[in-house]
Design a protein. Structure first.
Lengths: 280, 312
């Protein structure tokens, strides 16, 4: 069991409240769909395929080529030789099967809403930042700020990731097959994070809401993050979610630890945006 | 922002063209810092000490009518002072009017020699070593490499830097790498900001260390030198530095036969590592490492507070 962080702020009495794990009993639907379709998105046919050789292309040229292929209705695109370039595969707002045959650099697949992306390599910092829906699966490792501010979809790294994974996460699911670095789940607001390996220091620091599952050791919990109680629903959810990506918890799902926010912010609730619209 | 890169070949001889490899990596990092580019590369040790020094800034050549005569006077003074302390100059080269490379035979106190030479106005020693060649100038890697003929430099390892000036001026003095004065063959490159620079600089100056610039990165070189002066090995000194230095940083250190990397406790600055059987390559971005390969590679990000040292 990870220990709660006890630092100077505790000694000074700035964190006197009892952290109770207010959100651990929140129920969610396993079948919930967070995908959206935009009015202006491309109508593509996933049985139509095309390949781009990006060896000598700039990121802008690669992104433009992807867009032009989607305009032609092609729904299955493979990008060869992306050569770890930055900002590739961004801003895709519709269904698309997109495969990168090698590693991407920083900000790969950011601002996407709908595509299913497979990266057969590694990704740099801030992969899938602000992702709204779809799936991004990375075969290798990932850099820091993996899945920063994502709002939906599944972001999966089969290897290990750097620091600040899921910083400002607002929804969706982040799955990490290996380790994650310091400050993962920092200021997490909603969604779920599944770490199958170890987690670095200050896990879930300042999280408002959301759920973090860890299969390995936690170096240290951050302020406001507390252990939660694993329920049948959690186990069903993890079994189904990991099964989707052919991933397994090294010590079994039952032995995973759940972490949630232990503090209520005075102006924060856990209503989803569409639920908020109903009551406003 | 700045970009840093390093490479070390573990099992090869000294005939790998690391100049070309470093240039390729640093040019790929140009977008992280276009102001200046620097190399610290380690080649053949022929028994002589290699002294790299500058006698003016590149910008000085445009700002004064008397600068050319002053440069001549400074070079004469350098030669005179080296010879006064018993150094025998066996080879003189210069890529520019202001940047010089001397090979010397010298068995005396290296710190005294460095201090005596640097006492000449406008003269700064960039490095002293038996295998270290430290080159830095304004411009990108392609320009600096072309200017100094680095694309055919053979050796075992090297580190480099592309600088975006944020804390100090755009000049050679503030460019990286920094030599860990007065330690032969020790150099440092850094990406980040150190927030306890002035406090620690004053403390180290009181201990007799010299700073040639106002760039916070120089603190790392001087700190490592101070620790090694107290008998610490490189890895131990680097581990201590992670606690000692406050701020966000990733830095690389190279010695005659080692390459080290350290990352701050917040893991706030990037570093990507490729660790192969024969070669290790590190850079702020994988896009730099990929310039060395025509196939897919496995890389990873080091974690917070992590220190790694590789031997060639």
């Amino acid at each position: 069991m990870a220990k709660l962080k006890q630092d100077k702020s505790h000694e000074m009495g700035l964190h006197e409240e009892q952290l109770k794990g207010r959100t651990q009993q929140r129920f969610f639907s396993i079948d919930e769909s967070e995908n959206l379709t935009y009015f202006h998105s491309f109508d593509v046919d996933t049985s139509k395929s095309a390949t781009i050789d990006a060896q000598d292309m700039t990121p802008r040229e690669i992104n433009r080529e992807i867009r032009e292929l989607m305009e032609k209705g092609i729904g299955d695109i493979t990008v060869d030789n992306p050569m770890s370039r930055h900002g590739v595969g961004v801003g895709i707002l519709n269904r698309l099967n997109l495969t990168f045959s090698d590693s991407l650099g920083y900000f790969g697949c950011g601002l996407i809403d709908g595509p299913n992306v497979h990266i057969k390599g590694r990704v740099g910092w801030s992969c899938a930042e602000n992702m709204m829906a779809g799936t991004v699966v990375i075969d290798g490792n990932a850099g820091s700020t993996f899945g920063a501010a994502i709002r939906g979809g599944d972001l999966v790294c089969k290897g290990s990731v750097g620091a600040r994974t899921g910083i400002d996460q607002k929804g969706g699911t982040i799955i990490v097959g290996g380790k994650t670095g310091a400050f993962s789940g920092f200021m997490m607001q909603r969604g779920r994070m599944i770490i199958l390996g170890d987690a670095g220091m200050n896990l879930g620091d300042s999280m408002y809401d959301g759920t973090i599952y860890v299969g390995g050791e936690v170096e240290e919990l951050g302020v406001d993050c507390v252990p939660g109680e694993m329920t049948e629903l959690d186990i069903r959810y993890l079994t189904e979610k990991l099964g989707n990506y052919d991933m397994k918890a090294p010590n079994g799902i039952e032995k995973m630890q759940k972490y949630v926010s232990g503090k209520t912010l005075w102006n924060y609730d856990n209503l989803e945006p569409n639920e908020k619209k109903l009551i406003l | 922002m700045c970009g840093i890169a390093g490479i070390i070949h573990k099992n090869a001889g000294k005939d790998v063209n690391i100049g070309e490899q470093m240039t390729a990596m640093l040019q790929a990092l140009k977008h992280r810092g276009p102001d200046s580019t620097g190399y610290a590369m380690y080649g053949e040790d022929n028994g002589n000490h290699i002294v790299r020094f500058k006698v003016a800034e590149a910008a000085d050549l445009e700002g004064s009518f008397d600068i050319h005569a002053a440069i001549e006077d400074r070079i004469a003074a350098v030669v005179s002072r080296m010879e006064d302390l018993g150094a025998k100059i066996v080879k003189k080269e210069n890529a520019t009017e202001y940047s010089h490379r001397y090979e010397i035979q010298f068995s005396g106190d290296m710190k005294k020699l460095a201090d005596f030479v640097e006492d000449i106005e406008g003269v700064e020693i960039l490095s002293i070593g038996n295998s270290l060649e430290l080159i830095k100038d304004l411009g990108d890697a392609a320009e600096v490499s072309e200017q100094y003929g680095l694309n055919s430099f053979n050796g075992t390892h090297g580190i480099g830097h592309t600088r975006m000036a944020t804390e100090s001026d755009v000049d050679i003095r503030s460019a990286h790498p920094y030599w860990a004065y007065p330690f032969s063959d020790v150099s440092v490159v850094h990406n980040g900001q150190l927030t306890n620079y002035w406090t620690n600089r004053r403390a180290l100056e009181l201990k007799g260390h010299r700073f040639s610039s106002n760039c916070d990165s120089e603190l790392i070189a001087v700190y490592i030198a101070d620790r090694m002066n107290q008998g610490q090995d490189l890895e131990s000194a680097m581990k201590d530095s992670v606690e000692y230095l406050d701020g966000v940083f990733t830095y690389l250190v190279a010695t005659r036969d080692q390459l080290g990397m350290a990352k701050d406790v917040m893991a706030a600055k990037p570093m990507v590592v490729y660790e192969g059987d024969d070669m290790i390559a590190l850079a702020s971005e994988e896009v730099a490492i990929r310039t060395l390969f025509d196939h897919r590679i496995e890389t990873f990000d080091p974690y917070h507070g992590e220190v790694k040292v590789w031997q060639n």
